[in-house]
Design a protein around this ligand. Structure first.
Ligand code: GLN
Length: 381
């Protein structure tokens, strides 16, 4: 055996792979990993097919098709009143995760400190560590997972290089409010701190609330990489296409890494997305579509022993169970799969330190009958 000095010694398979595999092994209903169990629009599939038959099968331009970047720029202008230059400030990526990885790879040097808010999406901390960065976590607490920005300020020092935001938030479904953005503006003013804003659930926002994209705020935009996902927008997570927007000087560094990592993203799907998104209803109706699912799932879950936490965005519903069990959430999630055939995600997996966070995350991007069947089983607990 050749000894390898692992760059990520503590890391195993992601919690999503682990839980999805366990769900499969036990024929459980999979509400763990976030993906729809219904198909995307057949129109979209047929657009890909047409593009392939037309012979659009060779490399796309390194930063993505010009037409797709133009469409992204227009979407940002209409939704967030924010101008991005399609030539120099937008890059199409192989999903949100690759965009996050690339932004970190392009900017984080050994010893740089990066502030993250935990529970945090699982790829942030390993990416930071891979490039020698140090993770500084701020821990948010249920039920509301509010951020005390005065406490965040204490994590700031001369080595702070980046702060990673995520709104709507995975796993908690929390969204940034105006007061959060204003605090962030005050906190970063006069510093060189970068922002990586993971906004992959931008359209999944409920009860008439507004998505506080960092793109809306010039003071923040100038220091930010904004990451978005077509997988969520198109109900096609397996397509692995997303994008990143950033001011030219940041995007230049981003592309230096991107070109040697993926080079470019698959061509026919980019063509299909351009055609499909000519109709803005595709994303403008997403909030209402998922709000219905959220409301339905919440009404069903009301009948179980779990306590529902707030969900203002994303397609995740978190529940706590402290009031009836002190079992660890990994143990409970495993037991739910094995004994009740329902898979969820233990939220403690989104913390860098060992945490006894007694919260489970369920994905409600599922058919109505899937949700009903799952909750029927959960009622037996
Ligand atoms: N974003 C998805 C989730 O939170 C998982 C994606 C993945 O497995 N990499 O469930």
């Amino acid at each position: 055996m050749i000894p390898i000095n692992s760059k990520l010694p503590g890391v195993g398979n992601t919690i999503f792979s682990v839980m999805s595999k366990l769900a499969e092994d036990h024929q459980a209903i999979n509400l763990s990993q976030g993906f729809p169990d219904y198909d995307c629009d057949p129109e979209l599939v047929s657009l890909v097919n047409t593009s392939m038959l037309k012979g659009e099968n060779q490399y796309a331009a390194m930063p993505g098709l010009q037409t797709l970047r133009t469409l992204i720029a227009e979407k940002s202008k209409v939704l967030y009143k924010s101008d991005y230059n399609a030539d120099t400030e937008i890059t199409v990526t192989a999903g949100g995760t690759q965009a996050i990885f690339t932004a970190i790879a392009a900017t984080i040097n050994p010893g740089d400190e990066v502030i993250i808010f935990e529970p945090a999406y699982d790829c942030y901390a390993p990416c930071i560590k891979l490039f020698g960065g140090l993770v500084k976590s701020y821990e948010m607490m249920p039920p509301d997972y509010e951020i005390d920005w005065d406490m965040v300020k204490r994590l700031f020092n001369a080595n702070t290089k980046m702060i990673i935001l995520n709104t709507p938030h995975n796993p908690t479904g929390k969204i940034f409010k105006e007061k959060d953005v204003q605090a962030l503006i005050r906190l970063t003013k006069g510093t060189d701190v970068l922002i990586l804003s993971d906004e992959v659930y931008e359209h999944l926002i409920y009860d008439g609330q507004e998505h506080k994209s960092i793109a809306r705020y010039p003071e923040l935009k100038e220091r930010s990489f904004i990451v978005a996902s077509f997988g969520k927008l198109l109900h096609a997570t397996g397509w692995k296409i997303g994008y990143c927007m950033a001011p030219e000087n940041l995007m230049k560094e981003f592309r230096k890494v991107h070109q040697f990592n993926v080079f470019s993203v698959n061509t026919p799907m980019q063509h299909a997305i351009v055609q499909y998104l000519q109709n803005p209803d595709t994303y403008n109706q997403l909030g209402a579509f998922f709000q219905k699912k959220r409301d339905y799932f919440r009404s069903l879950m009301q009948e179980t022993k779990f306590k529902l936490l707030p969900c203002n965005g994303s397609y995740f519903q978190c529940v706590s169970y402290d009031h009836f069990s002190q079992e660890g959430d990994v143990a409970l999630a495993t037991r739910l799969i094995k004994d009740y055939q329902v898979a969820s995600i233990p939220v403690s997996a989104f913390f860098t330190r060992n945490s006894d966070h007694h919260v489970l995350r369920f994905c409600f991007a599922k058919k109505q009958e899937t949700l009903e069947k799952a909750v029927d089983r959960l009622m037996k607990l």
